[in-house]
Design a protein around this ligand. Structure first.
Ligand SMILES: Cc1cc2nc3c(=O)[nH]c(=O)nc-3n(C[C@H](O)[C@H](O)[C@H](O)COP(=O)(O)O)c2cc1C
Length: 149
């Protein structure tokens, strides 16, 4: 199984990143920080040389299990993640069927945002026939998921 952690925080060594490490501890896995990539807003990717969506999507396609981690920004997912999801419109006919998707959502008071963020991820999984497997909000849940994986 190929495991991929996609950190959608602006911080490469923040809480989201730490939870991702905990979930995947002891496992061979890949990690990418969306903050390292220049992914343009949908329909603003005029300069194909600098837009890196396809590069990130190629790594997504390689994985069997994908762990998406986002902090809450203004009661929602981060813009990094939303832009990435919007750009899936460009690859609507790609086959990513059967991939397992887990979610990390955390913040200072994230409860209002979690159902919405989970709803969006479920929607994307449903559209692309991927399997949404659940979410982690804190260290304890991350340790539990590590044992399951
Ligand atoms: C722009 C911005 C907006 C934020 N808005 C919220 C919010 O609405 N609700 C919340 O619970 N936390 C909010 N936070 C706090 C972060 O979610 C929190 O500090 C989180 O642990 C950061 O994760 P990180 O260390 O992986 O970057 C916000 C942080 C930033 C930078």
């Amino acid at each position: 199984m190929n495991y991929l952690f996609i950190n959608c925080s602006k911080n490469k060594n923040g809480v989201t990143s730490e939870l991702g490490k905990t979930v995947l501890k002891g496992m061979k896995s890949d990690k990418l920080h969306l903050a390292d990539y220049s992914i343009k807003q949908i329909d603003q990717e005029h300069d194909k040389r600098t837009d890196q969506f396809k590069e990130v999507f190629a790594q997504f396609k390689e994985a069997d299990v994908i762990l998406i981690g986002t902090p809450v920004y203004w009661s929602s997912m981060t813009g990094y993640l939303k832009t990435f999801i919007d750009r899936f419109t460009d690859v609507i006919d790609e086959n990513v069927e059967g991939k397992e998707v887990y979610l990390i959502v955390q913040g200072t008071a994230p409860e209002d945002a979690i159902p919405f963020i989970e709803h969006v991820i479920k929607h994307v999984c449903h559209r692309f026939n991927m399997k949404y497997k659940g979410f982690v909000q804190n260290k304890e849940a991350a340790k539990r998921l590590n044992k399951i994986l």
